[in-house]
Design a protein around this ligand. Structure first.
Ligand SMILES: Cc1ncc(COP(=O)(O)O)c(C=O)c1O
Length: 352
């Protein structure tokens, strides 16, 4: 009745395209939050078979579940508690260290990346912490030094990059050895070649989606996720028919209404009114409130067959609506749309 198709060949070829574009930098593929809703284990296996340089997750728990499922690639996680460090070492998981409390809990078997807060205001050592950081790092082995950008503007990104370079220099001059600097996620990797360093961390681009809200994606990436439900009801109604809770939509002429079994229980935003879905080659708007299990489309008098596919989003190249468009019609962005998709919808993996 509803399915989320995930094309693993698209994920492998997106990864390859990113690798070729950013070489010689390594590309960490970010698979946190269930691989942005695409299914973490399946995606990690596909990327491992494509020779992924490293996988990135937020939590140690996500990293451990990958290890327990047989993933052998490098895994880096960066949203941790000091108490996670022993577990991380036991499972050969590299960790981002953001605080002195975490640094104090590092064991000799931990592989660490030092996170610097260059302006985002989230995790990481601040500029004012640098002298103490350098002295506490002396004699330790460090794999990487990294930071994360705010993507506010090129000017802001470059201010962060300068702070990153200065901090890295200070750490290097103090004799602390490290092998990888990484700063850029998808947007900066694609926009600025001087932000690549030894590694970039790409999430959204691996899934074939754009990190940009205001300009075209300059790379030929393919969206990996396609969301399809079956049309379960078509009915003729007269003018003045209220539709769904609160009657946010009232028909202004006789029409046909189609019922689609995909609600906010599956991650369809409750406010996604006006998004166009594709049924039998034509686009129709979502009307009225999206409910927990279903939404209604105005079929403008057409009567497609019950059981017809309703493409909620998929591939623009095939004339299908996109995750970006669903984001726009619901005050959201493609990242949130794909990450929240799920509920009762089965994930179907193509091209394993
Ligand atoms: C630290 C870090 N690096 C990289 C990424 C990947 O970002 P994107 O999906 O924009 O490539 C994320 C995701 O939010 C992140 O938190």
């Amino acid at each position: 009745m509803r399915s989320v198709e995930v094309d693993l060949a698209a994920i492998r070829s997106n990864y390859q395209l990113l690798k070729n574009t950013f070489a010689p930098a390594k590309v960490m593929a970010v698979v946190k939050a269930n691989a942005y809703g695409h299914g973490m284990l399946q995606v990690a296996k596909a990327l491992e078979s494509a020779g992924v340089d490293a996988l990135g997750v937020a939590d140690v728990q996500e990293a451990i579940s990958l290890r327990m499922s047989g993933i052998k690639s490098r895994i880096v996680c960066w949203l941790i508690l000091p108490s996670d460090l022993e577990l991380a070492a036991d499972h050969d998981i590299e960790v981002g260290i953001s605080t002195f409390e975490q640094l104090a809990a590092v064991t000799e078997n931990n592989k660490i990346h030092i996170k610097l807060d260059t302006g985002l205001g989230r995790n990481g050592f601040a500029e004012a912490d640098l002298d103490r950081l350098v002295s506490e790092l002396s004699g330790r082995e460090v794999v990487g030094i990294f930071s994360h950008l705010s993507n506010t503007s090129e000017t802001e990104d470059r201010v962060q990059k300068d702070k990153f370079d200065q901090a890295v220099d200070k750490i290097r001059r103090a004799g602390v050895a490290f092998t990888e600097r990484h700063l850029a996620a998808s947007a900066a990797s694609i926009s600025y070649s001087d932000f690549h360093y030894e590694m970039v961390r790409c999430g959204i681009a691996v899934y074939g989606l754009t990190p940009f809200e205001d300009r075209e994606l300059p790379l030929a990436l393919q969206p990996a996720m396609r969301v399809v439900a079956k049309l379960v009801n078509v009915k003729k109604v007269s003018a003045g028919q209220g539709v769904s809770y609160g009657y946010r939509y009232v028909t202004d002429k006789p029409t046909t209404l189609g019922l689609v079994p995909f609600g906010y229980g599956e991650g369809m935003p409750r406010i996604s009114v006006g998004h166009n879905v594709l049924i039998a080659g034509k686009l129709y708007p979502v009307v009225g409130r999206v409910a927990m299990d279903q939404f209604v489309v105005d079929l403008a008098g057409d009567e497609p067959a019950i059981g017809e596919d309703v493409v909620i989003f998929g591939l623009a190249a095939r004339g299908e609506p996109t995750a970006e468009q669903l984001g726009q019609s619901s005050q959201s962005i493609n990242y949130e749309i794909v990450t929240r998709i799920g509920g009762r919808a089965n994930r179907v993996y193509l091209n394993r």
